[in-house]
Design a protein around this ligand. Structure first.
Ligand code: NI
Length: 248
């Protein structure tokens, strides 16, 4: 059994908790729309969405986001930069402890398709080693900076590669109202939303989106949980943009 499969199976308990917490929001589940997940936990039919945050952590903004997510009982995925982890180690441990997923975004935010093998391993393996020492796990998904990658990146990744399907380009204007409307207009079951937890406006966007989509019946899960819900094992070197329901 692959390490990812083991992790997903271990995650089934968390999914069962999610199902219990989610029942009031899920009329479909109450009508028998639920199904068996990995490990036999019953999970609601969805819709599901994964919030992902790149380029952090940042001491001024990430804790505000973590507080807001905790208040809402929502878990997200953070693709962190190694040099930003330095000095924010406790923040990383808080993320892991509160049930968020941590992923790789290189040590210095480098374009992976521009690196030779040695450069790639320096950027990715050094961060993996740092994170393993901090949070005690070894498997991390990879998001290439700018989404830039090629066949060599895939061959070297030693991790599933997670891109995104909803991108409000939050770095471009820091305009929460515009970002929220782009996300609400475009998000469907199985989407992966890209934001950056280094801007106050993006933190506001994220929390407003959580409230609005939860009111529409969406469940927020980590990317790893989204795989488990779909009954899919992430494969190293494969590229994932969204994980649609089987009916799509
Ligand atoms: Ni980035």
């Amino acid at each position: 059994m692959s390490n990812w499969k083991k992790r997903l199976r271990a995650g089934a308990l968390a999914l069962a908790a999610l199902a219990l917490a989610a029942v009031p929001y899920c009329p479909q589940a109450q009508e028998g729309g639920e199904r068996q997940a990995l490990g036999g936990a019953k999970i609601p039919a969805g819709p599901y969405v994964a919030l992902t945050f790149d380029d952090g952590p940042k001491s001024a903004t990430t804790p505000v986001l973590l507080d807001g997510l905790a208040q809402r009982g929502v878990h997200a995925t953070f693709f962190v930069i190694g040099e930003n982890v330095e000095g924010n180690e406790l923040l990383l441990q808080r993320m892991e402890g509160e049930g968020h997923q941590i992923g790789l975004h290189t040590y210095h935010h480098k374009m992976l398709d521009q690196l030779n093998a040695a450069g790639f391993y320096e950027e990715v393996d050094s961060l993996r080693t740092t994170l393993t020492a901090l949070v005690g796990r070894e498997e991390f998904m990879l998001r290439p900076p700018y989404g830039m990658m090629n066949a060599a990146t895939q061959a070297r990744a030693a991790a599933p590669i997670v891109l995104w399907s909803v991108d409000p380009e939050d770095w471009s204007d820091r305009d929460t109202a515009r970002q929220v409307s782009v996300i609400l207009d475009n998000t469907q079951d199985g989407d992966i939303i890209l934001l950056h937890d280094i801007y106050p406006a993006s933190v506001d966007t994220a929390l407003q989106v959580v409230d609005a989509l939860m009111a529409r019946g969406f469940h927020f899960v980590t990317v790893e949980q989204l795989f488990a819900i779909r009954g899919k094992t992430p494969e190293n070197g494969e590229v994932y943009r969204r994980l649609p329901p089987p009916s799509e």
